[in-house]
Design a protein around this ligand. Structure first.
Ligand code: DSN
Length: 415
């Protein structure tokens, strides 16, 4: 990989910090559902002179000179994304997930328009209408919920709300929801009330691209995704839409929301899409799901309440109060053991978002490392031991050593 010899001479202070993070990533287990490890090729594409270029506009229509080569890289990223998701039109310029979603709203809505989105504490995303977010401030969101008994979305309830509210857009696709999404039912409801359909598949894009989960792309009006979660590309996003909305999406991204795209990231997106088109990526996606299912089963065996009783994708939300501990406390204890997780609300959480009741666990990163069901069982055992013996420093030290040893046997591709 990179030898960092220039950084070493010019700015050892920053290099020291980068090296500390490399060591942390190498020696700790990453169970944050939205994180992953890029390949060496993706990392190399990001560290290129393409970062030096300004290229407002689109291939063949730029507002700066010297963009003939940038046009080639953006075109290849677009073509690969179209093939990967079977999309009619793709914009590869969005800088990240929230800006992509802002562009989608900007393309389809006027401020004050009515929209349906899933509540944040039920698994939705901030940009799906939370009152502190631009989405909730600019648009008139009504939030739907998961069913408290099943932990799953009740499509009859969504239909009732849609018939009552008559939204202009319905948002589906979530950040902390572990079940298949009934895309076709969302589409049917939207058609019944005359709403646009918008899917945010940031979390499951890799699983969808691999054909391991159902895709909304062929029939939803517009679909956004980040490129760095299960899709395993650089930090960024894309928007896909039906051809009839292509112009309004492109205009909303540029000049509506953004200036120059990040061309070095566009190159890395192209590389990641190329990787996701390979047969090995399908195996990866299958294993991500198999690992998550095993992890959920193990947690249930250990007596944890897993929201919805399991998972169909790469993540699960676990109610830590079933073990007499908050999500934040669990996050801290697991950090102490060399395991990174993110605390999470549970549906109708009685506790505040900074100290919620749950933890969200995900398997994309550890699957990239090569972990399979056998290792997942060990990991779940250590997690449970850490939670149950949280007041025993020697036990926590022992778990940390075991985690580190496993990490050193399953290396990160880019380090
Ligand atoms: N921050 C991402 C996540 O963790 O799900 C979503 O934006």
């Amino acid at each position: 990989m990179f030898d960092y010899k220039n950084l070493h001479v010019q700015d050892p202070e920053v290099l020291t910090i980068i090296k500390k993070e490399m060591k942390r990533q190498s020696e700790e287990m990453e169970l944050i559902a939205s994180e992953n490890y890029v390949s060496k090729a993706v990392l190399e594409a990001m560290g290129t002179v393409l970062t030096n270029k300004y290229s407002e506009g689109y291939p063949g229509h730029r507002y700066y000179g010297g963009n003939q080569i940038i046009d080639e890289v953006e075109t290849i990223a677009i073509e690969r994304a179209k093939k990967l998701f079977k999309a009619e039109h793709v914009n590869v310029q969005p800088l990240s997930g929230s800006p992509a979603n802002a562009a989608v709203y900007f393309a389809f809505l006027k401020p004050g328009d009515k929209v349906l989105g899933l509540r944040l504490d039920h698994g939705g995303h901030l940009s799906h209408g939370h009152p502190v977010n631009f989405s909730g401030l600019l648009y008139n969101f009504t939030q739907y919920e998961v069913d408290m008994q099943t932990g799953m979305i009740d499509m009859e309830k969504v239909r009732e709300i849609a018939l009552r509210e008559k939204p202009k857009m319905i948002v589906a696709g979530y950040s902390a929801y572990s079940r298949e999404i009934e895309w076709q039912k969302f589409k049917d409801i939207a058609d019944e009330v005359g709403a646009f359909t918008f899917a945010d598949i940031a979390h499951t894009a890799g699983l969808i691209a691999a054909g391991e989960m159902a895709s909304p792309v062929p029939f939803f009006d517009v679909v956004s995704t980040t490129t760095h979660k299960t899709l395993r590309g650089p930090r960024g996003a894309i928007i896909m839409c039906q051809e009839q909305f292509a112009k309004q999406i492109d205009r909303a991204v540029f000049p509506g929301m953004q200036g120059g795209p990040h061309d070095h990231i566009t190159a890395a997106k192209a590389v990641a899409f190329g990787e996701a088109l390979q047969p090995e990526f399908k195996q990866y996606a299958k294993q991500v799901i198999a690992n998550a299912k095993t992890m959920a089963e193990e947690f249930i065996k250990f007596g944890y309440r897993v929201i919805s009783g399991g998972t169909d994708n790469h993540l699960m939300v676990v109610d830590m109060t079933s073990k007499g501990i908050s999500g934040k406390e669990a996050e801290n204890i697991l950090d102490r053991c060399g395991i990174s997780v993110s605390r999470s609300t549970i549906p109708n959480d009685p506790n505040p978002p900074m100290n919620p009741s749950g933890v969200r666990f995900g398997t994309p990163a550890i699957t990239t490392r090569g972990l399979k069901q056998e290792e997942i069982k060990s990991l779940a055992t250590w997690i449970n031991a850490g939670i149950e013996h949280r007041d025993e420093p020697e036990m926590l030290d022992k778990i940390k050593d075991q985690v580190r040893e496993m990490c050193l046997n399953f290396l990160i591709p880019s380090i």
